[in-house]
Write a protein that binds this ligand. Structure first.
Ligand code: S3P
Ligand code: PEP
Length: 429
């Protein structure tokens, strides 16, 4: 039996410290393992995806110790890695799989990567094709489109690559390979995607030039171990931003939220919809911006979301769709076809599940259209094994007139293991 989410229309009150950013946590381990010396990480997200990244590097012989949110990585650099005796298991994590392919391509070890059932269906040619142009050796299903993929580390050459898709994972895989390639790599983005890799390369001592959508990185640069402060994940904060806005009589304060401009599309959308919120971004003790966001119950209006806003909120779209069901008028989400190749097809998943609760929502080829406001009722929902769909369902249950049941809540640990604990801490039934 699934979990019954019977929240009986509470109001939400209080303060939450948002746990570490998943993208930055993955990269802190990867960069620490590539670099020489000791890296210390504070605010690390101990979620299933990030632990999969740690497990891969442990199998490569990198010394990693985890103590709650603190992690220490000791490495003699990428050249000192051992050939793994076991298959590297990337779990449910697209970020781990794609970035590891870029890193391993130019290493001097041979390895095999495999992920869970969802990862085995997600497209990898978007990284293996440009990496092959750099000289990488891969063997995998359908010309290295799908895992399992075997990587024989080899000498790489720089590339000038025009990205056909707005994806930080593709950009990062190429940049991480470029670090160990001969010559200068140039990556031209379609739309600006999250820039944590560029920021962290600089933080670990590499020289990188970013001119609007053009990124240049010279090969042969060494990274040096350092201290990384991981900000809270705005993609996790998004669930409580939406909850605060749609649950009547609520007022929430979210601290430690990462406010990197390539990630703050959800704030733009909430503001465009008329949400009552405050943002204090004075907390800048890291190489990533962070701050505190206040949000309260708001009357909302529909909006249009597309173009260069999409990469800035791609993972927030499931919960933004829920938000739109409570807004007056039409919300159109377009140019978001990337949703079809996430943990599940998130266009179909969001539309199917919100329809079960009575929402007026229609799928389109590249997004969805939502008409609101609609009172939602309970129902039997599925998460499709996708953490973001599971959390969207849990937030929806806060405003349904009858209970929601959810088949699988375990998947939520992929990005937000303390989600229900934090939800319970602000709920006043
Ligand atoms: O680089 C990253 O850390 C991520 C990039 C995004 O994926 P794409 O690069 O496929 O858009 C995002 O959806 C994912 O959750 C994390
Ligand atoms: C798409 C996501 O992650 P990944 O691509 O790393 O699996 C996500 O966290 O929503």
């Amino acid at each position: 039996m699934g979990k019954i989410l019977d929240y009986a229309q509470p109001s939400l009150q209080g303060t939450l410290r948002i746990p570490g950013d998943k993208s930055v946590s993955h990269r802190s381990i990867m960069f620490g393992a590539i670099g020489e010396g000791t890296t210390t990480v504070e605010g690390f997200l101990q979620s299933d995806d990030c632990l999969a990244t740690i497990d891969c590097f442990s199998k490569l012989g990198v010394e990693i110790s985890v103590d709650g949110e603190s992690v220490q990585i000791k490495s003699d650099g990428i050249g000192a890695w051992q050939e793994p005796r076991e298959i590297l298991y990337t779990g449910n994590s697209g970020t781990t799989t794609r970035l590891m392919l870029g890193i391993l391509a130019g290493s001097n070890v041979s390895s095999v990567l495999i992920g869970d059932e969802s990862i085995q269906k997600r497209p990898m040619k978007r990284v293996t094709a440009p990496l092959k142009q750099m000289g990488a050796h891969f063997i995998g299903r359908e010309d290295a489109q799908f895992t399992p993929i075997a990587v024989e580390g080899t000498k790489l050459n720089a590339i000038h690559y025009q990205m056909p898709v707005a994806s930080a994972q593709v950009k990062s895989a190429i940049l991480l390979a470029a670090l160990h390639a001969e010559g200068e790599t140039v990556v031209e983005e379609m739309e600006t995607s999250r820039d944590h890799t560029e920021k962290m390369l600089q933080h670990f001592g590499a020289e990188i030039s970013v001119d609007n959508k053009t990124i240049r990185l010279k090969g042969g640069q060494k990274l040096h171990g350092t201290h990384v402060v991981v900000p809270g994940d705005i993609s996790s904060a998004a669930f409580f931003l939406v909850a605060g806005a749609i649950v009547p009589n609520s007022k929430l304060t979210l601290t430690n939220v990462g406010l990197n401009k390539t990630r703050t599309g959800i704030i733009d959308v909430l503001q465009a919809m008329g949400a009552k919120m405050s943002i204090n971004d004075s907390d800048n003790n890291s190489h990533e911006e962070m701050g505190t966001i206040g949000i309260e119950s708001s009357s909302l209006k529909g909006t249009e979301i597309g173009g260069d806003l999409i990469p800035r909120l791609i993972d927030e779209i499931p919960v933004i769709a829920l938000l739109a069901t409570q807004a007056e008028g039409k919300t159109i989400i377009k140019n978001a076809e990337e949703l079809k190749v996430k943990e599940t097809n998130r266009i179909d998943a969001v539309v199917n599940e919100l329809k079960k609760l009575g929402a007026n929502i229609t799928a389109t080829d590249d997004g969805m259209i939502i008409e609101g406001p609609t009172p939602l009722h309970g129902g039997d929902l599925t998460s499709y094994g996708d953490h973001r769909i599971g959390m969207m369902a849990a937030i929806a249950s806060l405003i349904t007139s009858s209970p929601v049941t959810l088949d699988d809540t375990a998947c939520i640990a992929v990005s937000y293991p303390t989600f229900f604990e934090q939800l319970d801490s602000v709920r006043n039934s």
